[in-house]
Design a protein around this ligand. Structure first.
Ligand code: NAP
Length: 315
């Protein structure tokens, strides 16, 4: 049986790759398991203009390639598989993929959160080409245009209000006539003259996949069944996120929405296990905040190892 790794990192978005970079530069020889959605949510975006250091912007997939190359340069070993099982309470920690089993002294969880999608084929095709799941990231591209936000929760209200800074009109499309959002967020949205409402409606299709850009959405009234086409240049899907924490349920403390609870930096409820990025952050959800928390996780893991009796004995 090979000796345990110092650290295994699960997930390869900005959080996981930054953790890998810092762990590698701290001589911890990290093993990074990429997961199915290698590169994370930035692989679904086009131009990223708010990551410091790229004054002309950088395409999301290119930014991830830069991070991957930088982490590899300092000795990160990367495995393409997806993790199917973990045991965070055994010592060493056990991580299994479909093909192999690995052990480690510390674990960094950077499995992210997936934006919930409507499930329309056109939504997938036009993602990053007029369809977005992040107003902070993409709002700027819709200056002076008419756009839509789908959803009736706090995120939809917040994104719609934010997007009125850029768009000439924001139509909120919600499937019921009652909003789920808190009253204060509803009031803010209702008071905004640039916001229009399409309640009791669902988006059935986003056009135009042939042109590779958003030109309109087809909505259906849930009351009458009537369909109509509404011209828009962008569709922001804000129907919630699902943290990728199924592997850890019952082993690590999660909050009521399934996000990993962290404290004092990147520490979780289990010693030697750290979490970073969107899997533990439902507020900021930015590439830069994910990267920052990845750095924290690597430093926390390094400090944890430094304090182990066997490490102290060896120095
Ligand atoms: P959420 O509260 O779960 O709301 C999701 C919304 O999307 C609901 O209105 C839901 O409709 C709709 N929806 C879900 N699936 C849909 C589908 N397939 N098709 C059409 N519509 C769909 O999610 P969230 O707004 O992202 O908020 C998540 C948590 O973060 C909440 O606790 C929220 O309070 C918090 N949050 C707080 C703030 C803030 O305070 N500033 C900002 C953002 C988020 P139904 O209502 O019909 O189910």
């Amino acid at each position: 049986m090979p000796s345990p790794r110092n650290v295994i990192i699960i997930g390869s978005g900005p959080a996981g790759l930054t953790a890998a970079l810092y762990a590698a530069r701290a001589n911890m020889q990290p093993l990074l398991i990429e997961g199915i959605e290698a590169g994370g949510q930035l692989m679904l975006t086009t131009m990223v203009e708010n990551f410091p250091g790229y004054r002309d912007g950088i395409m999301g997939p290119d930014l991830m390639e830069e991070m991957r190359t930088q982490a590899a340069k300092f000795g990160t070993e990367t495995i393409k598989g997806d993790v199917v099982k973990v045991d965070v309470c055994s010592r060493p920690i056990i991580v299994k993929t479909a093909d192999a089993e690995y052990t480690a002294t510390t674990l960094i969880i950077a499995t992210g959160a997936s934006a919930r999608l409507l499930g329309l084929p056109s939504e997938r095709t036009l993602m990053g080409h007029g369809v977005s799941t992040c107003a902070t990231c993409d709002g700027y591209f819709f200056r002076g245009q008419e756009i839509a936000v789908v959803g009736g929760g706090d995120s939809a209200m917040e994104e719609a209000v934010f997007l009125t800074r850029f768009a000439s009109k924001v139509t909120i499309v919600h499937r019921r006539d009652m909003l789920r959002a808190s009253k204060i967020m509803q009031d803010k949205a209702r008071a905004n003259a640039r916001i229009e409402w399409l309640l009791d409606h669902e988006v059935e299709e986003i056009k135009d996949t042939g042109k590779g850009e958003v030109t309109a959405m087809v909505v259906r009234s849930n009351k009458t069944g009537a369909r109509r086409e509404v011209p828009v240049h962008g569709v922001f899907v804000a129907i919630g996120h699902t943290p990728n924490t199924a592997l850890f349920r019952g082993q690590i403390d999660l909050d009521q929405n399934g996000y990993i609870v962290t404290h004092d930096g990147a520490k979780t409820s289990v010693a030697a296990v750290f979490a970073c990025g969107d899997v533990q952050d439902h507020i900021y959800r930015q590439a830069i905040t994910a990267a920052g928390s990845g750095c924290m996780a690597a430093i926390d893991a390094e400090h944890y190892i430094d304090k182990l009796p066997e490490h102290l004995a060896a120095v």
